[in-house]
Design a protein around this ligand. Sequence first.
Ligand SMILES: [Zn+2]
Length: 293
Amino acid sequence: FLFPDGNPDPTGSKDEMVAWAREMYRELSPETGVFFDFLAQYELFDLETRPGKRMGGYCTGFQAWQAPFIFANFNGTSADVDVLTHEAGHAFAYYTASREQQLAEYCHSTNEINEIHSMSMEHFTYPWMDKFFGDKADKYRYAHLCQALNVLPYMMCVDEFQHLIYDKPDMSARRRRQVWRDLERTYMPWRDYDGVPFLEEGGFWMQKQHIFLYPFYYIDYALAQMGAFEFYGRMKQDRTAAWSDYLTLCKAGGSKGYLDLLKLARLSNPFAEGGVANAVSHVVEEVSASPYR
Ligand SMILES: [Zn+2]
């Protein structure tokens, strides 16, 4: 927990939260209003958990109907709200691109762009979090920003680890654990395993399924967070302009490559000198000035 008295949980039932999300998206922009009405009209979500249901959450799309679909397992925590912002961000991007693009393959992009769609929506919806969290909305926004920042060094640690171990497939299990522990000390020197031998020895990496299943995918989230943070910074200056660039990005789907899409949305290249600092510095400032710090 980030807060000693517990992290903020949303106050409503599933139906209430869907109704609040509908109001939120109608107020956010005309485009999101039409989109969420469409989602609600055709019941394009399966949100509640039930026995035997597959775990997790995701968004997919049905090309023939130009319709996104959101799957989730609500559990009464702030993760439920993240579904209504993050997965709805993916859904909005698909809904928008599938009405602009002629080719099915162009209706979505690669992950370092797709996650800009979803993560930016988490920031665009900040002003409506009072609906979901009442007087704990500021706590939610603070926790959300901290978490988005905190996870960045972990993502980079996973990425470098992938490079090192894939490069030497016959590395011993013990050596892999040493490599992980060394990288942890570089990227996250504050980690304290309190003497638990398995973790002190470098065993933590094994719980990250991406290392086994999805080579080099994890860093895409960090790259996308750069774009989302940059949009968030621009929202603070000029929300209308930020929304307009975001909409342009969503409409373009995967019709261009990564760098061209960034340019189209007026986002910096995170690989360019100063790109990361530019995206992150205003977030560090905001978090540092928070009364919850
Ligand atoms: Zn996502």
